[in-house]
Write a protein that binds this ligand. Structure first.
Ligand code: IVH
Length: 691
């Protein structure tokens, strides 16, 4: 796509533009070229040269120039991805060439058959194939005319698809223009797949769950749903990707298009994301089979989902000779990987009460083997989710495990209902303590508000001993449950008053394991204050907020006299968090518990406060966003803290530095609106440390 000379030149030009701090209207063409180059680095190659905020700076300059000179806007300007009008229905448009689907194969034997037929028709002894991943997303068709993207459609019924051009323009790995004319091509139709990376899928589902909405079952559904969104801006937010893998029509006679692999290379060179690197050109079907099986073994390592491989006869003239049946081309076949979907019966629903009293329904399933694990229960999130999916006890459900994502229910198969299925009744009362459940307005979650509820007490102890909290080794969830059920442990202070004589009588507690347990419990008394605060499980107080809180006092009980206003002064503490903290410390039972813990020898004093203030970043607040390239986020945070920096969890005017990695999202957007925040790259952060 770009020669190394051009890359060098574009990098220099980028630097000059950024340094100059402004762009004149004469440079509008250059600015576009530079932006297009960085879009390509970021979205097609996944190897950006710029920090997001630098890209955004250039982009904003272009927006400004185009606003002042609308006559200079071009259809392929990077600004022209952003759609505006809402709620337009999608019209259907015919494809230039019908979009066929592929025949499937599931075994080496199927591939041997496919090859045998192809050799019979062509009379060849051995055929050259091109093998590439079968992307698991939503298929699309693009048309470029005179170098411009003029149309994007869904597959539809194969003959015509929905016009989703406006949404397609949001996907930054799809160029709005490409130099086809220079290759003798005036019009071209290209097929490909819209996908959502595993990372983007998880992030999107987390967002949905946070908002009490239904998470999506797999990246494929997420991708195809996204293409039909009415608001192109929402499409942009989902971070879709595209792989292009087939030229179905073109004018002109460029030599590269005489083979399939040549077309993937040409498209790649023109700026498209194609499986250029993943594809292999192989002679004979045996090599093809080997490659397919090798790839299947590596499936989980890919950043996106694939559900198989596609085997294509490489020479286009041979493809033409082979032609097609009424449904499928005879020159290509899909080799499907082992399914990660399965059907099973929903046998019941259990309601679990968590640490904060949230009641989560968990579906019990007839155990079923799914991509390496046996699944016998699946979270069904909340009442709305159950209603949306129309789940009933006794239903046959289709479940799926997408990559390393936890299994989810895709849908019910209502056609298999017998009439004996029973509705799932959401309890009105806590299944553990019987207290009437409560749902806050705007929330999807029902809660037990009795903080003495046994389930909550037990979950709170489990949280207290956990690795990120007090980290009491040898005291896992199982021991908490065992001791609690035996009446040996009833609350958090009870951890430090265990009757070891009684425990010694229990099965599985020899002298050695008892010693280990004792040492771990004793050791936890010296854990730093923030771990204790986090371990208390105050709602909305995560590890980062716990650190902020610990650093703001000399003694934990100082919080008893703090008002909501006092708390709001702290870094990254908003109203919701402040209310929750205040509520906790206003409760006499909690104060009693803390006093008890102190008497039992726990550390309630903030001993680290002095030491922390000593580094060269003393008192400066930091927040990391996006994926860092050189270290894990936790390492970066530890480095900042070691230099006296303070980690905060949200963007506010109290933030000094936002360190941006790859794929930075909303935090960066928010930070840009507050001009006192310094937005820096990972390298700049390392320089700041001065190590
Ligand atoms: S080639 C005429 N290549 O799988 C051949 N398809 O039923 C056009 N797919 O509808 C398809 N990855 O949505 C081709 N590398 C790939 C593919 C691929 C995924 C999808 C496509 C198609 C379906 C096959």
């Amino acid at each position: 796509m770009y020669t190394s000379e051009q890359v060098k030149q574009l990098q220099h030009q980028t630097k000059d533009l950024l340094k100059a701090d402004t762009v004149s209207v004469d440079e509008i063409g250059l600015l576009r070229e530079v932006l297009r180059f960085h879009e390509y680095r970021y979205y097609v190659l996944s190897d950006p040269f710029l920090a997001d905020y630098e890209y955004d700076q250039l982009y904003q300059w272009l927006v400004k120039l185009e606003k002042a000179h609308p006559e200079l806007i071009t259809a392929d300007s990077p600004t022209q991805r952003v759609g505006t009008s809402l709620n337009q229905a999608f019209v259907t448009l015919p494809h230039l060439v019908p979009m066929l689907s592929l025949d499937n194969s599931y075994s080496a034997g199927d591939l041997l058959d496919f090859d045998r037929k192809a050799r019979e028709i062509t009379g060849l002894d051995s055929i050259e194939y091109c093998v590439e991943p079968k992307f698991d997303g939503a298929s699309i068709s693009l048309i470029y005319e005179n170098d411009l993207l003029t149309r994007g459609t869904t597959r539809g019924d194969g003959v015509e698809g929905e016009d989703i051009t406006r949404n397609i323009r949001q996907i930054r790995s799809i160029p709005l223009s490409a130099p086809f004319l220079a290759n003798g091509i005036q019009q071209i139709e290209i097929r490909g797949e819209i996908i959502l990376s595993k990372q983007a899928f998880t992030a999107y589902n987390e967002k949905l769950t946070e908002q009490g909405l239904t998470p999506l079952a797999n990246p494929r559904n997420a991708a195809s749903g996204s293409l039909r969104m009415k608001d192109p801006k929402e499409v942009a937010e989902r971070n879709l990707d595209a792989f292009l893998y087939h030229v179905s029509y073109h004018t002109g006679h460029p030599e590269a298009l005489n083979t399939h692999s040549g077309s993937l290379d040409l498209l790649w060179d023109l700026g498209f994301r194609t499986p250029k690197k993943e594809k292999r050109v192989l002679q004979g079907i045996e090599a093809v089979i080997d490659y397919c099986l090798d790839f299947e073994a590596k499936r989980d390592e890919l950043p996106y989902e694939i559900d198989g491989m596609v085997v294509k006869v490489n020479t286009i003239s041979l493809q033409d000779q082979l032609g097609m049946t009424s449904h499928h081309p005879r020159w290509a076949i899909a080799f499907k990987f082992k399914a990660r979907q399965a059907t099973t019966t929903l046998t019941g629903v259990e309601f679990q009460v968590g640490r904060t009293g949230a009641v989560t329904p968990v579906a019990k399933l007839e155990p079923v083997y799914l991509g390496g694990v046996t699944v016998s229960s699946i979270s069904v999130h909340n009442e709305e989710y159950i209603l949306q999916k129309d789940l009933k006890i006794g239903d046959t459900v289709l479940i799926e495990r997408a990559g390393d994502v936890i299994p989810q229910i895709v849908k019910v198969l209502p056609e298999l209902r017998t009439g004996a299925e029973k509705a799932i009744e959401f309890p009105k009362n806590c299944p553990v303590c019987g207290t009437l459940l409560f749902k806050e307005e705007g929330e999807a979650v029902w809660r037990c508000i009795n903080i003495e509820c046994e389930a909550q007490v037990m979950e709170r102890i489990i949280h207290f001993v956990s690795k990120d909290a007090m980290d009491i080794k040898h005291f896992g969830e199982a021991n908490v449950r065992k001791f609690y059920e035996q009446g040996l442990l009833k609350d958090i202070p009870g951890l430090y008053q265990l009757d070891y004589f009684k425990i010694a009588e229990m099965e599985g507690f020899g002298r050695k394991s008892l010693e280990n347990l004792k040492t771990a419990i004793e050791g936890s008394k010296q854990q730093p204050l923030y771990r204790l605060i986090y371990g208390l499980g105050i709602r909305f107080v995560g590890e980062t907020t716990a650190k902020t809180l610990a650093n703001s006092v000399n003694h934990l009980l100082d919080f008893a006299s703090k008002t909501e206003e006092d708390l709001l002064q702290l870094e990254d503490v908003g109203t919701k968090v402040a209310k929750s903290i205040q509520g906790f410390f206003q409760n006499p039972a909690n104060i009693d518990m803390l006093k008890q813990l102190e008497t039992l020898g726990l550390q309630l004093i903030n001993v680290k406060k002095e030491a922390v203030a000593a580094g060269n970043l003393s008192g400066q607040t930091f927040l990391f966003t996006g994926t860092l390239a050189k270290m894990k986020r936790s390492e970066a945070e530890a480095k900042a803290e070691a230099h006296g920096g303070i980690i905060v969890s949200g963007v506010s005017s109290k933030l000094n530095y936002l360190v941006v990695g790859e794929d930075a999202g909303s935090k960066l957007e928010k930070a840009k609106k507050i001009n006192t925040i310094k937005i820096i790259t990972e390298d700049e952060f390392l320089t700041l440390l001065g190590d």
